[in-house]
Design a protein around this ligand. Structure first.
Ligand SMILES: Cc1cc2nc3c(=O)[nH]c(=O)nc-3n(C[C@H](O)[C@H](O)[C@H](O)COP(=O)(O)O)c2cc1C
Length: 169
């Protein structure tokens, strides 16, 4: 772990709108000794229940959802743009169909029993606090429901405590 240092969530310098929305992230978790990951660019960071938290949304069709549901923790990892194509790949192919991580340059390492990637620049280790599937009747703006879901594959919202922030030296 010598090439990472721990910082406080308040000391994250990056703009979260850019970091998540434009640069994208990997959501990674372990289940029965196996690790899966997927690219995400919807989510956020904030404060809930007096804790520093992340919000991520995962559709039931994603294999990663099984891993996140099974585990009490997951990681969010952010990379420099040299890994952009790998993030695009990990966000278009399912770990159900191929051992996709092995086809990238990314190496899985662990901190606090949570998998993440050695090549990441910023790592958020997250402990699940809350999980709730979105429902049709909860949408105030039905245009979003219609455009994004149209009755199918509603994301589950996860709120998770940021237990550690690591940045590469
Ligand atoms: C830029 C980008 C952002 C994505 N954001 C999300 C997201 O926030 N939530 C989600 O469920 N899927 C998202 N996806 C889709 C998953 O990454 C994709 O379906 C992936 O292949 C799932 O892999 P898995 O089946 O191994 O979990 C995104 C894909 C890309 C390329």
């Amino acid at each position: 772990m010598s090439n990472f240092k721990t910082i406080s969530p308040e000391d994250i310098k990056a703009n979260p709108f850019h970091l998540i929305g434009k640069e994208w992230m990997l959501v990674t978790a372990e289940m029965n000794g196996k690790v899966n990951t997927m690219t995400a660019n919807w989510g956020g960071v904030g404060v809930m229940w007096n804790k520093d938290v992340v919000f991520v949304v995962i559709r039931p069709s994603r294999y990663t959802k099984e891993f996140v549901d099974h585990s009490s923790t997951f990681s969010l990892t952010f990379f420099d743009q040299s890994h952009r194509n790998e993030l695009a790949y990990l966000g278009s192919v399912s770990g159900k169909d191929e051992n996709k991580i092995s086809k990238t340059s990314l190496e899985i390492i662990y901190e606090d029993n949570t998998p993440f990637f050695k090549q990441a620049k910023t790592i958020l280790l997250c402990k699940k606090l809350f999980a709730q599937p979105y429902k049709k009747e909860s949408f105030v703006d039905l245009v979003i429901e219609n455009q994004i879901y149209n009755g199918e594959d509603y994301h589950t919202l996860y709120i998770a405590e940021i237990t550690k922030v690591l940045i590469s030296d």
